[in-house]
Design a protein around this ligand. Sequence first.
Ligand code: HEC
Ligand code: HEC
Ligand code: HEC
Length: 446
Amino acid sequence: MMIGKTFAGLVTGSSLAAVLLLNIGMAQAADAIAVPGQQKGNSQGVNAPATNEDAAVTRGRYIAIAGDCAACHTDPNHGKPFAGGYALETPFGTLLASNITSDKTTGIGGWTEAEFTRAVREGKGREGENLYPAMPYNAYVKVNDQDMHDLWAYMQNVPAVDSKVVSNQLPFPFNIRLMMMGWNLLFFDKTSFVPVVNATAQINRGAYLVQGLGHCAACHTGKNLLGGDKSGAFLQGGDLAGWHAPEITGNRYVGIGGWSPEQIVQYLKTGSNDIAVASGPMAEAVTNSTQHMTDEDLMAVASYLKSLPGSSTSKPQPLAATDSAMKQGANVYSANCSACHNSDGKGINGLAAGLANNPALQSLNAQTLMTTVLQGGRGAVTLNNPTSGAMPSFAWKLSDQQVASLLTYIRNTWGNAAPAVHADQVTQVRKDLKLPAQMGAASASN
Ligand code: HEC
Ligand code: HEC
Ligand code: HEC
């Protein structure tokens, strides 16, 4: 399975002011992401090598996992932990994540702790040059001194790999690092973590993890035209290439306010709960990072997310079952989908996502749903769920109109309510995903 994920955009110069949406396009499947110590196909995800473990190193290894450093800094094709080379495709060219092993010449083995801390929290290279915000320093700036120190202790113990990586492969003028100065001025909020007033220690621990190491906003917060975080829209949903990272605030309709803290923890720990299954970019985040976090930390994350009031998006009236798109959708659904997702939309616990009462299904943006139906998908592979479920591709079988009606139907049945999906939207997604046009389905009777 191929997965795309997109990261923060960049300002590329005042006159150009172009948006540079970084897209780790067509990365490997979640289970093939090379992470420390991981065998191909091993469901353990990040399993960093244990060497010279003193207490700081052990703690630092946990910080590296919570920060998901390995996901970007490991080349999935060669699998040497933290040796870099992972390509982040952008519309203007390629950026490669750096070699951050302890190698003295090609890695960061010769760096000082201060240089390392400045790179992670302020986005400056060793010579003080600006790093591109594909490296999520605008989140890591919230990481406290103790955690940074432990992380450094761990990174120094990562086995050296001699491999020269030239990160900046962007063509002129996007290769000019100075341009990031403008981006930083506009969008980089250098403040350290500020505790939430009048909140419990648990909520504050969650806030610290979500805003900092977890860099959840990199995907779940919408971006403005220049690729900075939209203001007032924190964790209220963001668009990635081919995916929509849904709202994850306490909003009960499109957010996760209706989920209990235990359901959120279960999703982050195992990759699914009785409603949703993590797939695509979120499957990677679960496999590599959140499944290895402690239950206490995941509970803290859950209570913080639930404490956020979120957007004002509220539930509309569902479309009537007698609507013609709804009727066509019902037929396509019963012929193609009900075997796995059930006629009551409840799915199969831990395997096939539930569609009834699923907040992500009702997001205003139906990108994930179109991608999943056209291309198929795979749930997160975790220690708790080493096989997970797979969804077949329907691109070859269903016409754009059928997919649109089908999605309109599942978004407005079983208590769900959300705007209709139109055929031209499906046509566009099919084109973006470079999937073949459907063959012969236009004549199908459903
Ligand atoms: C979403 C992808 C991503 C994640 C997650 C990520 N990085 Fe990076 N990192 C990058 C990219 C891309 C670069 C190169 C940026 C550039 O050249 O401007 C980079 C650069 C760096 C550098 C500078 C290296 C050099 O030679 O200049 C350091 C140090 C670093 N990252 C450490 C970390 C650590 C530690 C973590 C986890 C806490 C982490 N990164 C997580 C993408 C990522
Ligand atoms: C690389 C991008 C990315 C990052 C980083 C990321 N997410 Fe997600 N997340 C997604 C996408 C995409 C989905 C939708 C997945 C699906 O529908 O299968 C999602 C789904 C979710 C859901 C399920 C919501 C629902 O209604 O089904 C939760 C909860 C969640 N993410 C929490 C988090 C938290 C907490 C963090 C930070 C620790 C995080 N995510 C970081 C991309 C990301
Ligand atoms: C063979 C079993 C199977 C069939 C048939 C199937 N699905 Fe799925 N579906 C799954 C599994 C497993 C998942 C979870 C993995 C994923 O999201 O890719 C899933 C996920 C989904 C999701 C994503 C939910 C989310 O929150 O991201 C949607 C939407 C969906 N299916 C709709 C459909 C529709 C519509 C059909 C009929 C055209 C269909 N499925 C047919 C197994 C199936």
